[in-house]
Design a binder for this molecule. Structure first.
Ligand SMILES: Nc1nc2c(ncn2[C@@H]2O[C@H](COP(=O)(O)OP(=O)(O)OP(=O)(O)O)[C@@H](O)[C@H]2O)c(=O)[nH]1
Ligand SMILES: [Mg+2]
Length: 273
């Protein structure tokens, strides 16, 4: 990883030093995303990271100069013993998956678990800014993870979500800028002042949308036993409609979930006397 100073503006305030790591399965493009940001170039040949790659870059956030130490981790399980040394004192995480490879998205939870485990019982995740990066959006035809799925997963955990292409550069600078801005906010104001955290919706809404998406029939979608009476059906419908109404619910996917609830009720009512 090359070192490059991105801002020469002198500032009165002390330079802030921060530590950022990249996490995610092998070959999702972690090294390329970092290279695209730091060096403005893309390498098509796969050169697996061996353990850890380290680099430093300077950026300007608001009136503050920050020196970012980036630890780019290898995704291959073989390098766990090397990786685990580098979790501590992390302030920012790029948690990456490949939008064309479903397993790399489904593995995000286990990457968080590895980090939690290495930080230990006293490690505080509230002091770490996590951006979730769905990479390789230029490979449009083989998409396996929808943008809304990625966003829902990330935002329901209080993380930012970006889709990127290290090849074209799309989304890259927005993602890094958000990461660095949030880290500076956190350093200056503490966890309570994370004004730019996404959200505005509840865990119940997110879990309900997920349940609706994976339900196999209209009964299951409404959370009812097959053959439930009309009053029960209407009660379940009302509860879900209030929870997910697009006027009140801003969780990603709420509009489709709300439509599915309305359809399920219509279909079932036709068959109930
Ligand atoms: N088309 C396309 N290919 C990409 C993109 N990002 C990375 N790649 C390719 O995907 C392969 C893996 O990229 P890396 O950045 O080395 O992946 P990594 O996540 O760092 O992998 P490990 O170091 O093994 O954990 C390389 O062949 C890259 O050229 C992208 O946005 N679009
Ligand atoms: Mg790598």
């Amino acid at each position: 990883m090359e070192t490059r100073a991105r801002s020469g503006t002198a500032t009165a305030r002390k330079c802030l030093r921060v530590k950022v790591i990249s996490l995610g399965c092998a070959e999702v493009g972690k090294s390329c995303v970092i290279k695209r940001y730091c060096e403005k170039r893309f390498v098509a040949k796969y050169l697996a990271t061996i353990g850890i790659d380290y680099g430093v870059t300077k950026v300007q956030v608001r009136d503050r100069e920050i020196k970012v130490n980036i630890f780019d981790m290898a995704g291959n399980p073989f390098f766990y013993e090397v990786r685990n040394e580098f979790y501590k004192d992390t302030q920012g995480v790029i948690l990456a998956y490949d939008v064309g490879q479903r397993e790399s998205f489904e593995a995000l939870e286990s990457w968080l678990a590895e980090m939690r485990q290495e930080l230990g019982p006293h490690g505080n995740m509230d002091n770490i800014v996590i951006v979730v990066c769905g990479n390789k959006i230029d490979c449009g035809k083989r998409r396996a993870v929808e943008e809304s799925d990625g966003r829902l997963w990330a935002e329901s955990r209080g993380f930012h979500h970006f889709e990127t292409s290290a090849q074209t550069g799309e989304g890259i600078s927005e993602m890094f800028q958000t990461l660095f801005t949030c880290i500076v906010e956190l350093c200056e104001d503490g966890p309570r002042a994370r004004s730019s955290l996404p959200g505005g919706f509840t865990r119940e809404q997110v879990d309900t949308i997920r349940r609706i998406r994976s339900s196999k029939d209209s009964w299951e979608l409404l959370g009812l036993q097959p053959g439930a009476p009309r009053e029960e059906l209407n009660r379940a419908y009302r509860r879900l409609a209030v929870l997910l109404h697009p006027d009140k619910c801003v969780a990603p996917g709420s509009e489709d979930a709300f439509k599915a609830v309305v359809n399920a009720r219509t279909v079932l009512l036709k068959n109930i006397k």
